[in-house]
Design a protein around this ligand. Structure first.
Ligand code: NDP
Length: 289
């Protein structure tokens, strides 16, 4: 199938998405606020539009990959008249609340809306390991699946437009705190002159192996089985975190990354759960809605 697709936003990610569509033989129209970013794709066969209104003038699907929620409104609001009856796939990173606001905004204007969260960097688009999470219109997801699958593995999380973003943000929360943990470890060994590169050769396989424990934590959390057999207790974890904190201070390393975790564990122990499993940290964090 050869679909004419409009791409709004040709930053690093928008360019990678548009290039993959063009390489696969799709006819594409492109627009970017700063015109020079359209040049290379224009020379490769994309139709370059001077304005958003011109870009959305056809009848194909519209893919937006802009900076943030505000910039999506900045670009789409003035072009609303040309969007009624059309499908917008928004791959701009937004919060779940912002994605839901955009879905409502679209519904009020007769626009079919699919929200996407890209779990890849631009260089990965179209390569193994690239994944994009979607939620919102099931029709749009099915109808444009061939296009979506050009970019990576496509997964659909239901009609609530905020769900793809919620998964995205939850996964990134895990990623950023793991990255910060790595930086902390690098600072510890760095205090004795060990390079971060050398440390990474040890941290990479160790942290990868430790992810094998996530399913076990998940099973305990879902069953609320914190008192079950075979779990590392909060008291044990507190002793470990106290040692890590002492060792860090001894090496003159800032303990700001460790402290919040240590504080939660101590709070749970103070509440009488010291003998229970470390997965109980979840109870301290979870929503009480
Ligand atoms: P860039 O900073 O490279 O590009 C941002 C794009 O948004 C540019 O096209 C820019 O236009 C446009 N833009 C910004 N503000 C406005 C505005 N007010 N009106 C019109 N256009 C605007 O970012 P990326 O391409 O890397 O990222 C795009 C989206 O993809 C982001 O939401 C990002 O979170 C997401 N993403 C990016 C990843 C990455 O690794 N890069 C990974 C996963 C998601 P101009 O050229 O004129 O400045």
């Amino acid at each position: 199938m050869n679909t004419r697709t409009t791409f709004l936003g040709l930053g690093a990610m928008g360019t990678a998405l548009a290039a993959a569509a063009l390489d696969a033989g799709h006819s594409i129209t492109i627009w970017n606020r700063t015109p020079h970013r359209s040049q290379a794709l224009g020379e490769s066969g994309a139709t370059v539009a001077d304005t958003v209104k011109e870009a959305v003038a056809g009848d194909g699907v519209i893919v937006a990959c802009l900076f943030d929620h505000r910039s999506v409104h900045d670009v789409l609001d003035p072009a609303t008249a040309g969007l009624s009856g059309r499908t917008v796939i928004n791959l701009t990173t937004t919060t779940p609340k912002q994605a839901r606001e955009l879905a409502l905004w679209a519904a009020e204007r007769g626009i079919t809306y699919l929200d996407g969260a890209i779990m890849a960097v631009p260089q990965m688009i179209g390569s193994p390991g690239s994944a994009i999470l979607y939620s919102g219109s099931a029709t749009a997801f099915e109808e444009h699946r061939a296009l979506l699958d050009l970019w990576g593995e496509s997964s659909y999380f239901g009609s609530d437009a905020g769900m793809a973003s919620l998964y995205d943000m939850a996964l990134l929360a895990g990623m950023y705190t793991m990255f910060a943990g790595f930086m902390h470890g690098a600072a510890m060994v760095g205090s004795e002159g060990v390079s971060a590169t050398e440390f990474a050769t040890w941290a990479t396989p160790f942290l990868a192996a430790m992810t094998g424990g996530l399913a076990g934590f998940a099973a305990v959390i879902d069953a609320k089985d914190y008192a079950g057999e075979g779990q590392q207790s909060l008291e044990f974890t507190e002793t470990a975190l106290a040692a890590l904190t002492r060792a860090s201070i001894d090496q003159s390393v800032n303990v700001e990354v460790l402290k919040p975790v240590h504080d939660i564990v101590r709070r749970q122990i103070a509440a009488g759960f010291g003998k229970q499993g470390t997965a109980r940290i979840f109870e301290d964090l979870r929503s009480t809605r």
